[in-house]
Design a protein. Structure first.
Length: 251
């Protein structure tokens, strides 16, 4: 995949899909800025990339804080001179799964702040830099929950529908500017996020697998493959699209 020498930020790259994506970019000879709210986790991803001979640095940022995202983009540009790709992956789920009437204000606010407003901050500030350069590529990590209803999970579902909407709207705005913006919509994928859900509701394991036609969860590396492909020079005519990777669940 053609991402050699690209300067790539991956948010939430200390774990799961973000870590797998950072490693996949590095494997294809991109330079990766591994960003996460948790510095230790980001450092681990960078060490793993370096052990494989790849290029990566840590820049810590909480995507829900505008000043952190400003710092992330400006430090990237001062260290590497440009920003070719940003993968907006950082995301969280609610503490409690509950119906809308019982949904806590805390679960509403925290999830929207990271998953929706965080993606807006990253897109806004990355696009300012990409417009200066005259090129760029954004891949947002949405979810199957951004395409269809999701039970007892209102803020997560709302935030991921928003990510799909932001992807399409911004793609239209920048289509003539040599900037492409796409999203991937993973179904249930093995990661800390899924483990957390299953630790609270172990009964959901069989239930979830029963609704996946392939009868297994996705692997973070399988999602990473699609992200790097969308960010690469191999997909120059694709913008504003969502690619669903869900083992057939949406069928
Ligand atoms: N795992 C799944 O089944 C699944 C399915 C669909 C979509 N997704 C989406 O994929 C993305 C990655 O999820 P994952 O499953 O790899 O989860 P994960 O919990 O393994 O990783 C998320 C990472 O984001 C970081 N993070 C959390 N809040 C942050 C913040 N405010 N700023 C910066 N970093 C922050 C965490 O420290 C963590 O390293 C999320 O957007 C998630 O909604 C996951």
């Amino acid at each position: 995949m053609q991402v050699k020498d690209k300067i790539v930020i991956v948010t939430g790259a200390g774990s799961g899909i973000g870590a797998a994506t950072a490693k996949h970019f590095a494997k294809h000879h991109a330079t990766v800025i591994v960003s996460d709210i948790k510095e230790e986790k980001a450092k681990t991803t960078v060490e793993q990339i370096k052990q494989e001979g790849g290029k990566a640095v840590v820049i810590t940022a909480n995507v829900a804080k505008y000043e952190d995202v400003e710092q992330l983009i400006s430090e990237t540009v001062s260290q590497f001179g440009q920003l070719d790709v940003i993968v907006n992956n950082a995301g969280i789920g609610p503490r409690n799964m509950s119906k809308t009437a019982e949904y806590t204000l805390e679960d509403w606010d925290s999830v929207i702040a990271v998953n929706q407003t965080g993606v807006f901050y990253c897109m806004k500030l990355a696009l300012q830099q990409m417009m200066k350069q005259g090129s760029g590529n954004i891949v947002n990590i949405a979810s199957l929950a951004g395409l269809k209803a999701s039970l007892n999970n209102l803020s997560y579902c709302a935030s991921k529908f928003a990510v799909v909407g932001m992807t399409k709207s911004a793609a239209l705005e920048y289509a003539t500017k040599n900037i492409r913006i796409n999203a991937v919509c993973p179904g249930y994928t093995e990661s800390a996020l899924l483990s957390k859900l299953l630790s609270v509701r172990p009964d959901m394991d069989d239930m979830l697998k029963s609704v996946i036609p392939m009868k297994r969860y996705g692997q973070a590396e399988e999602i990473a493959e699609a992200v790097v492909w969308l960010a690469s020079e191999n997909t120059k005519f694709i913008t504003g699209q969502t690619i669903t990777l869900d083992g057939g669940t949406s069928l």
